[in-house]
Design a protein around this ligand. Sequence first.
Ligand SMILES: [Zn+2]
Length: 114
Amino acid sequence: MTFKEKLKLVINNMTEGQCADLFRVLNINMPERHKCMCCGYYTLVGNSEEIAYDICDVCYWENDGCKNDEDFSTCNHMTLGQARENFRKYGACDMESAENVREPKYYEMSEYNE
Ligand SMILES: [Zn+2]
């Protein structure tokens, strides 16, 4: 597990208040969150360069820049539309990844980020 993955795991298990306290103590800004194009939750943490090719914890889609249903993703081996359909059916961008995903956190919901 990389440092970034470990850190993500820790942060994912903290409450909003704990997160804010930690970032205040460390004197750093809360990280930017971006919406996963497949599941729609705000799971991608960092600036647009840092989130390139990150894998979403909620649906396992690799963020390769696809935006529309008909866009074919080479690294995900399917179109974004197929992945979205799979997420509705299996709760992951493909059936095989269903065991690797987790439930979204409250701070990853769109109402918290928009
Ligand atoms: Zn996702």
